[in-house]
Design a protein around this ligand. Sequence first.
Ligand code: UFG
Length: 335
Amino acid sequence: MSVLVTGGAGYIGSHMVLELLDAGEKPIVLDDLSTGFRWAVPDGVPFIEGQCGNQDLVSRVIRQHGVTEIIHFAGKIIVAESTSQPLDYYDHNTSQSRNLIDCAVKGGVKHFIFSSTAAVYGEPKANPVTEDEPLMPVSPYGRSKLMTEWMLEDASRAHGLHHIVLRYFNVAGADPKGRAGESCTIATHLVKLAAQAALGIRPALEIFGTDYPTPDGTCLRDYIQVTDLARAHLAALIHLREGGSNLVCNCGYERAFSVRDVIETMKKVSGINFEVKTSARRPGDPAAIVASNTRVREKLGWTPLFDDLPTIAKQALDWERRLHNRRAHGSGTKE
Ligand code: UFG
């Protein structure tokens, strides 16, 4: 069986490829390298440069490589950017996903796993949020992902495409063996930015909003380690292969950490007391969002291995240091 990983040169996708290889699977990567890196794809893994919405290309890849399963990561992920460039997000996350799903159906692909997001819930009324809560995304990013969830549901009903939707909470950390990490050149995620501040790559870290109705006034999030997230996809693949039903599952640890908790943890693991500034709220940030993970545990038999914020912070820091050295020596940028 061949597993096509779209976005396999990106942050989460590259960890998925490692997880598949470690499990003895045969991944194939399709990535347009808009934010991913060719060097992030391990040697020996077939790599095709292109967009997942290019139907001629995708159909050919499915035929030539005998693709039986697709894990779909390719997409745009910056919430704030989605509010200023909504049509780009609907193109990449919705239209191109539609084309990919169409190719999957026509090419006889058996199983499809889709990377969705906690952003489909918007601002939840209560935490931890279960998968059955109302879906009220507040950003074009969340809406563009939710539409793809709906397309999969409809394609499944009409064409029998077995699928699992995984809604990610705040993904962070890096491969524990140091083989991969978050390498994007435009960093927006808190843990990566904190690692950069600790290493002096950026002069300070800014806290966006200290007046939220939370214990320390900063936003609460559920940080999930990236290998644990990739392991949830592997569990989803096995579930579908064993004839399991379609599912929508949250991926998180059911734990809340504030922005200040993350900063203090990064300061502790790095030993650096980097500068922290406070500023106004960032538009579109929910005060608190934490996953209920009962379903992913019960239905997919998933249990986390890295449910520990200092471990996640240390992995992010180690990767950032490696990446910085690599770039300082002239590699690790676009290749
Ligand atoms: N934050 C700061 N300073 C920074 C960066 C982030 O204070 O420099 C804060 C944010 O305001 C937020 C928290 O840190 O309160 C986490 O922000 P991230 O940008 O790391 O992540 P988000 O919570 O915005 O995004 C995540 C996922 C999205 C998903 C969203 C749903 O990455 O895919 O949660 O809420 F859509």
